[in-house]
Design a protein around this ligand. Structure first.
Ligand code: WT7
Length: 680
């Protein structure tokens, strides 16, 4: 996997090999109430019952028309699920719950300021608000089935309301993470050819009210320059009835949703009967080129998969209060804050702010107040909360039955802190491994059935058959202790359908490498390559090492090194740029940036700052590099390729290996002294 000939570096190479950990077993109390306690499930979802096993998930939904074919493989690897079926996602998440759960909370919206009251949106209220907003989208904007809109919303109740209103009409939503820059948002408007931008004037972050409207202007300008400005910008008010951004409205272009809505009071919109294979949403993610790519997710297959996994892996019952602390702007939030939990009629918490505002006790106070019993977060958040010490969670009387970790590998010590201190040794933990492209979980334990192993996500979830291949396509046996590339052997209903507008890239990135026969229509010849390094233990549990490509997972946010490098290259003085991942105590990995300057420019502190700012402006503050090293020259191969592998080794104080074959070996020592002396 770590090819010594390669010039590149990647996350998986940084992984430390942890020793085998002991099992932890689920408690009897958890098992007694769990949704899935039938040990036959893995067999029921085993290969001999594939693909019909997924009927079990699709049957959790309400269909207008039942499907005729569970899986169509006639056009590999463009698999089609539940062909012939008709369904509406909004109907399944809202309308169908009304008879039983009308006055039960669907969404608990928790504002960041603790002095602001929590809002409890019932299923009835959600139904009303979604319908009225859908009426506005249809009748005021003229939006119709198949159109795209870009959302750039913060973590507020209006975000799921907007998504569900779109889903009701069959309008494809593309929510861009609210913390992303206006620039990144504008590029995504253009790529998705969105007709409208829906945003909010402001929101709270670390106690401050941020002017978010400013980003909408930048997004509009960027999309305009790229040739696809949105027709209008629709703006929710963070404080309804009061515009609270400093950036003024642009007349004729910007419209306040809260002003328009009263006209649609009482309107009800019949949900569109969507085909199972119609697109529900786009979700952008980073890849190995600078261009953003959108995972295109289906309606029927996606919804069935997130509902099934929410029920069996998240153990969500309608009476649970479920809190996933991720942002809805990422796939985790789409699948496991909005669509999965709401399809199961759960009460789902939407928290606006950061976990440590105003202090590290906030999550436990929220959990106490709302009676949260299922908690879902990332290793980065856990590491951050752990820094404040165990006295903090010990002060609170929250009780979780179930906890999730997702997004990055979790160190066993951090896992144990989560188990002992946050979960008070009462909660089961699932470590769920998956990706934006996958729609839902790929590897995890089924919580009442299998023991937990700190640092390992577990085997494939029901209906997912993982395999680890070496570079030559040879299957690595379980327990061999060797790292390889993790693939999934079979299709599953939650998978993206393609990359929006780029079918070739879809095939190339995920299927080309290990395809056994390009002419075959048998799914067994088309393993899905995830792009992660992994080790398969003797018990069939998978340990994910990290990305094997040019992607860095910063605090659970996926950033492409090429995107970061191209942002650095927009700075006039910069001639060359190279980004490498380095370990970080809290964020898991962070980018370290190396640049060389054009002739005539001198390295200065101001220039370093200017370059760092270019990255956070172009992408997001998350993209800010740990350091900007201005080097006299990049280490290069004789053919002129930048040796990122050598820079990576220097950044993380590892061995640079033999550099004598480089075109300029002497520069390695200069850089090493510069970087490693600074750290002292
Ligand atoms: C990448 C996908 C899945 C939603 C959040 C991230 C890493 C994800 C785990 C885990 C170790 C993990 C992988 C993967 N990753 N979950 N439980 N253990 N690594 O979605 O932004 O698409 O990132 O996150 O490297 O490829 P994403």
């Amino acid at each position: 996997m770590a090819n010594p000939e390669s010039t590149e570096t990647n996350e998986a190479q940084l992984a430390v090999h942890w020793k085998e950990e002991e099992y932890y077993y689920p408690g009897t109390q958890f098992i007694a109430q769990a949704n899935m306690t039938d040990a036959d499930i893995l067999d029921r979802f085993g290969e001999k019952n594939f693909p019909e096993c997924f009927k079990e998930y699709a049957d959790m939904l309400t269909w207008y028309k039942y499907w005729e074919k569970t899986l169509d493989t006639s056009h590999p690897p463009f698999w089609k699920w539940f062909v012939g079926g008709e369904i509406n996602a909004c109907y399944n998440c809202v309308d169908r719950h009304l008879p039983k759960y009308r006055n039960k909370t669907a969404i608990h919206f928790v504002p960041e300021l603790e002095s602001d009251p929590i809002q409890h949106v019932t299923y009835q209220e959600l139904y009303v608000r979604v319908n009225e907003f859908a009426a506005l989208l249809r009748d005021y904007c003229g939006l119709k089935r198949g159109d795209r809109v870009t959302l750039h919303l913060p973590m507020v109740a209006e975000l799921p309301i907007t998504m569900l209103a779109c889903a009701r009409l069959g309008v494809i939503h593309s929510q861009v993470f609210g913390g992303f820059s206006g620039n990144a948002c504008g590029e995504r408007i253009e790529d998705s050819q969105s007709r409208f931008l829906i945003t909010m004037d402001s929101y709270y972050r670390s106690g401050k009210l941020l002017d978010h409207k400013k980003q909408a202007n930048i997004a509009y300008e960027t999309a305009h320059k790229l040739g696809k400005p949105p027709e209008k910008v629709l703006i929710w008010q963070r404080h309804p009835g009061k515009y609270s951004a400093e950036t003024p409205l642009v007349e004729g272009r910007d419209f306040i949703i809260n002003d328009l809505l009263p006209k649609y009071r009482g309107h009800r919109i019949e949900p569109e009967r969507m085909k199972a294979e119609d697109i529900l949403f786009l979700m952008y993610t980073s890849g190995t080129t600078g261009r953003p790519k959108a995972a295109q997710h289906s309606t029927g297959g996606y919804l069935a998969y997130v509902t099934g996994t929410s029920k069996y892996i998240q153990d969500i019952h309608p009476e649970d209060v479920y809190w996933c602390m991720a942002d809805i702007g990422w796939i985790t939030g789409h699948s496991y804050i909005v669509y999965g939990p709401l399809a199961l009629a759960a009460s789902s918490v939407v928290y606006e702010g950061i976990p440590t505002y105003p202090d590290a006790g906030r999550p436990w106070r929220i959990a106490e107040e709302l009676g949260v019993n299922i908690f879902h977060t990332s290793p980065t958040a856990i590491r951050g909360l752990r820094k404040a010490g165990e006295d903090v969670p010990r002060k609170y009387n929250h009780h979780f039955k179930h906890m999730t970790t997702v997004g990055e590998p979790i160190e066993p010590a951090v896992w144990r802190w989560y188990y002992n201190e946050v979960g008070k040794k009462e909660a089961v933990i699932v470590d769920t491994w998956w990706q934006t492209e996958n729609g839902g979980f790929l590897c995890s334990t089924v919580p009442a059935l299998a023991p937990m192993k700190p640092g390992s996500c577990g085997p494939g979830v029901p209906g997912i058959y993982p395999v680890v291949y070496d570079d030559d396509g040879k299957e690595l046996t379980a327990g061999a202790g060797k790292a390889g590339n993790i693939c999934i052997r079979n299709p599953w209903p939650g998978s993206m359908q393609t990359i929006w507008g780029d079918h070739d890239r879809f095939v190339k990135v995920y299927y080309e490498r290990y395809c056994k026969n390009k002419d075959s229509k048998d799914w067994r010849d088309w393993p899905y390559m995830a792009g992660d390094g992994a080790v398969l233990a003797a018990d069939g549990y998978v340990r994910i090492l990290g990305r094997i490509d040019d992607v860095i997972n910063v605090a659970g946010h996926r950033l492409g090194t090429k995107e970061l490098e191209s942002a650095a290259l927009t700075v006039e003085e910069v001639a060359e740029a190279a980004v490498v991942p380095i370990p970080d105590e809290v964020k898991g990995r962070v980018p370290d940036l190396y640049v060389s300057l054009k002739p005539g420019y001198k390295p200065t502190k101001e220039l370093q700052e200017k370059i760092a700012k270019a990255l956070s402006d172009a992408i997001s503050p998350i993209a800010r590099p740990k350091h900007v090293w201005i080097v006299p020259d990049m280490p290069k191969t004789r053919s002129g390729k930048i040796m990122r592998r050598v820079l990576g080794a220097i950044s993380s104080h590892g061995a640079t290996g033999d550099v004598t074959t480089l075109a300029n070996p002497e520069v390695v020592e200069t850089i090493r002294v510069m970087v490693q002396d600074e750290g002292k």
